[in-house]
Write a protein that binds this ligand. Structure first.
Ligand SMILES: [Zn+2]
Length: 116
């Protein structure tokens, strides 16, 4: 299983994850939150998918800010989000998939670092 060698915050909106195979990825916290693998978020996404109505994203204060990042054993991390949500356990496989899907370009990272 591919594991990260380092996880660090990058500015207020991003997380940088370095992988043991050299993959250097920076992702937006909001993308990470969107991909929360917990049963509740999965069910919410499924419900939205089935809804015939236009989708108005429900935004909760703090949902895309990171309060804490806990390591779970040797196989996962568990973020605690600014809105209190802490059910998502991101295994290395899940995290790797998210990094592959959402990794940002240097230009995007720079732009987001300048944002206040
Ligand atoms: Zn969740």
């Amino acid at each position: 299983m591919m594991a990260p060698s380092k996880i660090e915050r990058k500015g207020d909106y991003m997380l940088r994850i370095l992988w043991k195979d050299g993959f250097d990825s920076t992702i937006r916290l909001k993308d990470m939150r969107f991909e929360c693998p917990c049963a509740k978020c999965e069910a919410d996404k499924e419900a939205k998918h089935k809804s015939p109505m236009p989708i108005i994203p429900l935004h909760k204060d703090g949902m895309n800010t990171l309060t804490k990042l806990e390591k779970v054993g040797n196989y996962a991390i568990k973020p605690v989000w600014g809105d209190g949500h802490d059910l998502g356990m991101y295994s290395w496989d899940t995290l790797r998939n998210i990094c592959t899907k959402y990794t940002m370009s240097d230009k995007e990272i720079e732009e987001l670092l300048r944002k206040k």
